[in-house]
Design a binder for this molecule. Sequence first.
Ligand SMILES: [Zn+2]
Length: 311
Amino acid sequence: MLKQRTLKSLTRAVGVGLHSGQKVELTLRPAAPNTGIVFRRVDLPQPVDIPVRPSSVSDTRMASTISPGGDPGAPKVQTIEHLMSACAGLGLDNLYVDITADEVPILDGSSAAFVFLLQSAGIELQNAPKRFLKVKKQVEIREGEGARLMWARLEPYHGFKLTFEIDFGHPAVDATGQQVSFDMGSGRYKQEIARARTFGFTKDVEAMRARGLTLGGSMDNAIVIDDYRVLNSDGLRYDDEFAKHKILDAIGDLYVAGAPLLAAYTSFRGGHALNNKLLRKLLADETAFEYVSFEDEARAPAGFAQLAPAW
Ligand SMILES: [Zn+2]
């Protein structure tokens, strides 16, 4: 049987929120089978649990934000996508995330630090079948036209692979690899994807700060780009780091489904909002998906039976 996974022991991280700039402490704890991933705001007078599921997503403008029942007025946790991406990369099904503020720390802007933390705590197999969300027919979201066209699509596939194409019309970004494909079954999430950092343009920073966004952003946790070039003195970590970060985000955004997808995902210029709409469209059509488990591990997609496919 392909089994569910949680952590062996708890682990902690301290950092700042990218948007809020607030200091925040994160405690990642093991959880029982079938718990899923549950964020718990432990800084409130009464702790509030926010289970990760598509209907919990309450804002996707700059990052993926969740609240109980998706209620924007309820206590929230923002910027969950990089931690969710690391959990997907390591195949973690069940986890409590205790958090002391309303935003996950940005750390170095990638998911590499989360992968390291989770892996250091150790991964435990649980005596319950791992459940996958199998896509049975094509689902697509398409928005805008011409220079504003963007789309994202899910299609049936025995495994999980992603293809992302970016088009920012910016000299420094256009000079890098514009299209990336990644297959989770390769077991190379940590090497190929996890180190890709988030990025921002200096021309947007003033406006975003005026709206109270990116207050914690710096060259320590993002690639910063002016009108012509990357400003970070060390340059890029991958030749196609921008497109790879979009893959990292998509893996995290789609893991909000509450189960790993068996699907091929393709997107042109998509983002958090489009990814969430795609997931909601899939789940709104009962003929488009089914939940499956693998009693016989040999029938699972290649690479999925390893304890920690990211390594
Ligand atoms: Zn991101």
